[in-house]
Design a protein around this ligand. Structure first.
Ligand code: FDA
Length: 323
């Protein structure tokens, strides 16, 4: 219930303006977001890499759009100029980031995560493909990889389609799969193929019961079914969760299926369970930290608050301490 309310607020521009202009928000943002500019992303990436962790960087700039992407006609001529400018700026931000990672000698330990909505997917999927292709090309030049984030269910097919097209030229491009979607087990069966990098997460958006499991138990069970498929197959599973039970199950499955630590990895979010991130690295696993940066942190922050009531309490304490 609380989760649904917070995720609804994540799509409200009125609440967004309120939260963004509210000074105590900064303290909470700093826990989950590296900072507003590329230098912050590089600084945090270096700190994490020096601690033995791998990194995936996300330039915050998703287009929540307030609309179902399936409802938007995918045609560039009708697209609002602001959206097209936003998409171009999104692409350029990644190109700049990749150059900075190269200059800082952080590749291939640092890679990038991309949301196709930030590249204009909601108005023109060809444009998003074109821009994603330029990002993949630059990533390949500087010797690193790209993973496509997964957004709400209306964009799942389009994202998988883009994945297929990108992988034809850049076979290391990976994708996120959300265990809460009823379709994901079938998707994992398809994606569990040689060389395919699949990030398995629970899913962070408000989705209707018609497409997503409504209870935690069902989502966790789906996660384990998807994990079994990915671990059993010849691909490269990326186990993205902070859930101690699921992490233990993944460690167990890796042993069961004879996977060595270089044949899969764990992924966790910046600011969430940092001790566990370091424990996994000490155990010899690749533990990759997902580090967002940029000025458009609102929707990302709201998803983190929705995941855990304690984060909301942390936010409210920051508000109270300013009074
Ligand atoms: P769950 O939410 O059940 O939490 C398990 C435990 O982890 C909690 O009890 C708590 O201890 C800790 N924890 C979890 N979240 C926390 C938080 N925000 N703050 C503090 N503690 C927390 N989603 C998506 O839809 N598309 C995507 O592309 C991605 N990409 C992605 C990348 C990576 C690297 C991660 C780790 C996650 C994502 N996600 C995502 C988000 C994911 O779908 C999910 O919403 C969160 O990871 C929370 O789910 P958990 O699996 O951690 O379990």
């Amino acid at each position: 219930m609380l989760r649904t309310v917070i995720l609804a607020a994540a799509r409200s521009s009125r609440v967004e303006r309120l939260v963004e202009t509210f000074p105590p928000s900064r303290a909470v943002v700093d826990r989950f977001v590296a900072g507003p500019v590329v230098a912050d992303a590089v600084r945090v990436a270096r700190e994490l890499v020096d601690d033995g962790l791998a990194v995936t960087l996300d330039h915050l700039g998703e287009d929540d759009g307030g609309a179902d992407p399936a409802a938007s006609p995918p045609s560039r001529p009708g697209a609002p100029a602001t959206t097209l400018a936003h998409a171009e700026a999104g692409r350029d931000a990644y190109l700049t980031l990749l150059d900075a990672l190269d200059t800082g000698r952080l590749t291939p330990t640092a890679e990038v995560s991309v949301k196709l909505s930030a590249l204009g997917q909601r108005v023109d999927d060809q444009l998003a493909l074109e821009y994603a292709r330029s990002i993949c090309a630059r990533a390949a030049e500087v010797g690193t990889t790209v993973t496509l984030d997964m957004e709400n269910h209306a964009g799942t097919d389009a994202t998988l389609e883009v994945l297929g097209r990108l992988r034809a030229d850049f076979p290391t491009v990976g994708v996120a799969v959300q265990a809460y979607l009823r379709r994901s087990e079938a998707d994992c069966r398809e994606l569990a193929a040689a060389g395919v990098r699949v990030r398995l997460c629970k899913g962070a958006y408000a989705e209707p019961e018609s497409v997503a499991y409504p209870t935690r138990l069902e989502v966790d069970r789906s996660y384990v079914r998807c994990l079994n498929l990915l671990m059993a197959g010849p691909g490269y599973p990326m186990v993205a969760t902070h859930d101690p039970r699921l992490i233990a199950i993944a460690e167990n499955r890796a042993k069961w299926f004879g996977r060595s630590p270089d044949q899969f990895e764990f992924q966790l979010l910046y600011g969430v369970r940092p001790d566990e991130q370091r424990r996994l690295a000490r155990e010899g696993y690749t533990a990759r930290v997902y580090v967002p940066y940029g000025t458009q942190w609102y929707a990302y922050l709201m998803r983190r608050l929705a995941e855990r009531p304690a984060n909301l309490a942390f936010f409210l304490r920051a508000v109270r301490s300013r009074k």
